[in-house]
Design a protein around this ligand. Structure first.
Ligand code: NAI
Ligand code: BUO
Length: 257
């Protein structure tokens, strides 16, 4: 069995898939966790075919009790619990007048509550096992500055940076760290959908929609999911032990702080 176990939500595709595969390469046994358990199973299978260790777990991150049970299942089946990556999220495009109470509740429940339940469940498990665990949450460059058409989504990502800072304060005395990663414009199904919607809302095409986000990338290219996975691997490993409460921006130089 691998010495360390990582639990990655939204692991079935996009950034979460790249994180799952990267952490497996770095020696973690990985719980690939997603609503879409069939796709999560394919990612776990690809990891095991490559000589790593992984299982798939079905979870809706907005269900607090189910989250707790999924953490127990991962720890029991993989033999430890060391790192949680709260990566799952929705990315709706929402011009201001399109936000309804129902959509607000849904996105807040998945993005914000779904991260908070992960922090709670992981903290309980770290304490149970006496681990100095690592909590790693998905923020976004859109959680650092406002982006067009993303009011609801941006609100959840600002919230995730805030809850990460509070977790870092509250858990530091126990040696548990909490950090966030803020990807820029990453080639995944979520971003392709945002580019499509933003283009459509302006009466333009997907390429125009993508260019409204990508024009300020200093390094001159969109991000690959693996660019983000590399930063998460750093946060999951021992070289980041003295870092907590931070948001690492992985955006190819869209913003400088
Ligand atoms: N793609 C991008 O450009 C950026 C993405 N991000 C963030 O990175 C994270 C991953 O994004 P992508 O890979 O692009 O998204 P994606 O939409 O391609 O993949 C998201 C995964 O999360 C899963 N998921 C959705 N709701 C779930 C739920 N309730 N419970 C469990 N799993 C659920 C989906 O089934 C899917 O496998 C998200 O938190 C996103 O907000 C942040 C900045 C930029
Ligand atoms: C999807 C996202 O997080 C963006 C555009 O930053």
């Amino acid at each position: 069995m691998a010495e360390k176990v990582a639990f990655v939500t939204g692991g079935a595709q996009g950034i979460g898939e790249a994180i799952s595969k990267r952490l497996a390469k770095d020696g973690f046994a990985v719980a690939v966790v997603d609503l879409n358990v069939d796709k999560a199973g394919e990612v776990a299978q690809a990891i095991t075919s490559d000589g790593g260790e992984a299982i798939a777990i079905k979870l809706d991150v907005s269900d607090r009790d189910a989250f707790s049970a999924a953490v127990d299942e991962a720890a029991e089946k993989l033999g430890s619990f060391d790192v949680i990556v709260n990566n799952a999220g929705l990315g709706p495009t929402t011009p201001i007048d399109t936000i309804t109470p129902e959509l607000f509740d849904k996105v807040m429940h998945i993005n914000v509550a779904g991260t908070m339940w992960g922090v709670q469940a992981a903290t309980r498990k770290f304490r149970e096992l006496g681990k100095k665990g690592k909590i790693i949450n998905a923020a976004s460059q859109a959680g650092v500055v406002g982006n067009p058409n993303l009011m609801l989504y941006s609100s959840t990502k600002f919230a995730i940076r805030g809850l990460t800072q509070v977790a870092a304060r509250d858990l530091a005395a126990e040696g548990i760290t909490a950090n966030a990663y803020a990807p820029g414009i990453v080639k995944t199904p979520m971003m392709l959908d945002i580019a499509h919607q933003v283009g459509k809302n302006a009466g333009k095409d997907d390429e125009w929609g993508m260019s409204t986000f990508s024009k300020d990338i200093a390094l001159g290219r969109l991000s690959e999911p693996e660019d983000v996975a590399a930063a998460v691997a750093f946060l999951a490993g021992p070289d980041s032990n003295y870092i907590t409460g931070q948001t690492i921006i992985v955006d190819g130089g869209m913003q400088f702080h």
